[in-house]
Design a protein around this ligand. Sequence first.
Ligand code: CP
Ligand code: NVA
Length: 307
Amino acid sequence: MHQDLLTFIDWTSEEAKRLLDFALDLKAHPDKYGKTLAGKSVVAIFEKPSLRTRVSFDIGIHKLGGHMVYVDSRGSELKKREDPIDIGANVAQWADAIVARVFSHNTLEALANGAEIPVINALCDLYHPCQALADYISMREHLGGIKGKTLAYIGDGNNVTHSLLILGVLLGCHQIVVTPKGHEIDQSIRDKVTQLAMAEDVGVQFLNDIDELSSCDVIYTDTWLSMGDNTPLETIKASFMPYQVNRALMEKTKAQFAMHCQPAHRDLEITGEVMDSPQSLLMAQANNRLHAQNAILSYLLNENLQF
Ligand code: CP
Ligand code: NVA
């Protein structure tokens, strides 16, 4: 039993598989779970903007019978008023869980240290675990399985890449990460993932040269500039353009599907043509955010829940 969901790195592959199965059951049988959060309140603290995460948590919590309070810390600059450890301790006096989107992973750890209630990472500089769970639910639904499939992530090595790698390895999905030089993933996370992949007997490959990517089942990309990165687009465009997910790349790799966590930038990291094609899983991924998060909330807030 885990107290929080900050990274998935401390989960076993068995636990990860059970959570994914549970999310599919919750999606298939919403009536069974309509009272899972009855009488419970979740506080959502956002230091960064959001469409999908904010809305899917709010509506998802409502569907489980609970209630969400949104705290916009961009407006009130919570961190300037008090330490995150004290914010966590205070919120825990009234609420049953905290969902937080923050700039620094340290803020999540401080919130979790202060709060005796579950804390869920709704994106930080290093991870986006709710997104990864929704993505593997989508892969499972469309490819019929995850184990033994290959996901190729192309573009900027970032928070989304890290979570896809961690959860993907736990679920038995081979990983290829292709990033321009200088935009590789975090080295300590790479070391951890490499170790985990060896233990789980899952392939993980890191490349810089896009021409070395020969085949995969799914191609995944994300924005070239994550929130908080103020590098001018023009500065990175030249180095990233060869990594664009477009029809030629889909054909060359024989990938069945294209994925993107969104927000997407049409005709930059992915072409509008691929986004709008039948190979696009973007709306399935968005749809599954709600089911992934509801599974996580149900798991963390119900000690007796069997799955
Ligand atoms: N994918 C995702 O987290 O979207 P938002 O930033 O809109 O929440
Ligand atoms: N890597 C992106 C993901 C947005 C959902 C960011 O952090 O901005």
